[in-house]
Design a protein around this ligand. Structure first.
Ligand SMILES: [Zn+2]
Length: 162
């Protein structure tokens, strides 16, 4: 077994400046975008860092540097596919993962199933192995003021393919 955890934070852009955010590879309608070099998918970024941590590899900033123009506007699901490739090379498999998105708005309940489907497909595992929760911070701090969004992911990898 190998355990890993990942955390990511991004700022929201100004109200009215966007039509959606990307979260778990799914477009979620919102009038504010995410300020990021890539598509700003905090959930996938935290997931990649959790996987890389479990694999004993350097973080996503090292794998896909901000300073490298080839990652400008990058589709985070494509970056995730390359991390999953590293996991497959190591002959490790998802036992389970548990993710929490911290945000005030938008509400995610209607998109939860689509996000779980997207993530489980990208990881090549059953949907039952993907835990996904969302919480607010009770109006406290930068998340509570709606200035940004954060995600935390814990993942457990196993050498048993089942
Ligand atoms: Zn990020």
């Amino acid at each position: 077994m190998r355990i890993g955890q990942g955390i990511d934070v991004h700022a929201f852009s100004e109200p009215g400046s966007a039509s959606h955010i990307m979260l778990g590879g799914v477009e979620i309608p919102h009038d504010r975008g995410v300020v990021a070099h890539s598509d700003g998918d905090v959930l996938i970024h935290a997931l990649m860092d959790a996987l890389l941590g479990a694999l004993g590899l350097p973080d996503i900033g090292h794998q896909f540097p901000d300073s490298d123009p080839q990652f400008s506007g990058a589709n985070s699901m494509k970056l995730l596919a390359s991390v999953v490739g590293r996991m497959n090379e190591a002959e490790l498999y998802i036992e389970n993962l548990d993710a929490t998105v911290l945000l005030e708005m938008p509400k995610l309940a209607a998109h939860r199933e689509a996000m779980i489907q997207s993530i489980s497909q990208a990881l090549g595992c059953d949907q039952g192995r993907v835990g996904l929760k969302a919480t607010t911070t009770e109006k406290l701090g930068f998340i509570g003021r709606g200035e940004g969004i954060s995600a935390q992911v814990v993942v457990l990898l196993t050498s048993d393919p089942k």
